[in-house]
Design a protein around this ligand. Structure first.
Ligand code: NAD
Length: 362
């Protein structure tokens, strides 16, 4: 029997509520497919600050490093919002990404046909949409130096630096090519090569790496036209790969296609082994939703689908991941919805009931 260590970091607000439902589903997977999941749990974010004075303890990082994966709820909330505070909830996610060397953020965007009507886009535009957007996490404008602001005789000034190394560009592109290989074999590399030197380097390296993946169709697209194409013909994408800030913006735009944040999982990945597996941090894209926390209204499906991604991308358990995704599809097909995705004629259920329904389908 294969055994895997999983570190649970529920965090704040609806984080613990949705983590509990993903745990329920994983416990069924463990029995049905005869695996052993060894769960450990750590308080992070605001809960970590309240319990230990810091959002992320070194002990938590050590446990994460020994685990196959981290299942992360969400962190933050009004209680810890003071910008002057030394300890901030988001230090937990940023610290874990850094300490675990996670450099690739993956957000799959797949529109369930029955939920297409909830999107702000027309269902016919969304039809067939099934893509993954990969965002580079460790380079670019957010980390380049110099990064500062200062006063001059003629007013305030500020500078941020957009910097990328060949190695950083190469490794994220390979994540894209490898993923495209497992899917419809189409990779869109997004840059701003018409204006930026980093964009030109990005495009050059994408073309070079592409020669090693002749079976994957590589296309280059400027970020501005990519933003338009995402809402004009989203079904034309398979895998998109881009740098940190473009990815920050495009992943949110892509997330909007699906209508609800409660449906969107994500993965942050680091170095992969020869089988393409390795540690990852898996979390829903939504935050702690303080407006509905404690009311059993949270949609746990993004968290449950994040657990499926974990099984696939950190443990190589494809059958098990697909079984969870099918269970979610079946529950939706039967008309069950949490309030955020409820429509006319649907059966509204709470967080716990939704978790029970998915677990029951397995
Ligand atoms: P949010 O994602 O928490 O909520 C935005 C809206 O979506 C709210 O109306 C909320 O009720 C709804 N929503 C979110 N997830 C839902 C779910 N699973 N089911 C049903 N409805 C859901 O974003 P926000 O309000 O901007 O941020 C709230 C807090 O979360 C802030 O403190 C923010 O810093 C934090 N946050 C954390 C993360 C993270 O931990 N990765 C990400 C984003 C925001």
């Amino acid at each position: 029997m294969a055994s895997y260590r999983i570190l649970l970091t529920p965090g704040d607000g609806i984080g613990p509520e949705v983590i509990a439902e993903s745990l329920k589903v994983l416990e069924v997977v463990q029995k049905r497919f005869k695996h052993e999941f060894q769960f450990d749990e750590e308080q992070v974010g605001g809960a970590g600050i309240d319990a230990h004075g810091v959002a992320l303890r070194p002990e938590t990082v050590e446990k994460a490093k020994k685990a196959a994966a981290v299942l992360f709820g969400a962190v933050g909330g009004p209680k810890w919002d003071n910008p002057q505070a030394i300890a901030r909830p988001e230090d937990a996610i940023l610290g874990l990404r850094k300490q675990l060397g996670l450099f690739a953020n993956l957000r799959p965007v797949r529109i369930h046909p029955l939920l297409a009507a909830d999107s702000t886009l027309k269902p016919e535009v969304l039809e067939g949409t099934d893509m993954v957007v990969i965002r580079e996490l460790t380079g670019g404008l957010y980390f380049g130096k110099p990064q500062k602001r200062w006063e001059t005789a003629r007013g305030r000034q500020a500078v941020d630096t957009l910097k990328y190394s060949e190695q950083e560009i190469d490794r994220i592109l390979r994540v894209g090519f490898n993923l495209a290989r497992q899917r419809r074999k189409k990779l869109t590399s997004v840059d701003k090569a018409n204006v930026l030197r980093t964009g030109q380097l990005w495009r050059e390296i994408a073309t070079e790496v592409g020669k090693e993946y002749p079976d994957v169709a590589l296309e280059h697209q400027l970020v501005d036209s990519c933003a338009m194409r995402l809402i004009r013909e989203p079904s034309s994408f398979d895998v998109i790969v881009t740098e940190n800030m473009f990815g920050d913006i495009l992943t949110d735009e892509a997330a909007m296609l699906s209508g609800s944040m409660g449906m969107m999982p994500s993965a942050s990945l680091g170095k992969r082994d020869r089988k393409g597996l390795g540690i990852g941090l898996y979390e829903p894209i939504h935050g702690t939703a303080p407006d509905i926390a404690g009311q059993k209204k949270a949609n746990p499906l993004a968290m449950i689908l994040s657990a499926a991604m974990m099984l696939r991308l950190s443990m190589g358990l494809e059958k098990e991941a697909a079984a969870i995704e099918k269970a979610v599809d079946d529950v939706i097909a039967e008309g069950y919805r949490t309030p955020d995705i409820a429509g006319t004629g649907s059966k509204t259920v709470n967080t716990i009931e939704m978790g029970d329904l998915v677990a029951g389908k397995l």
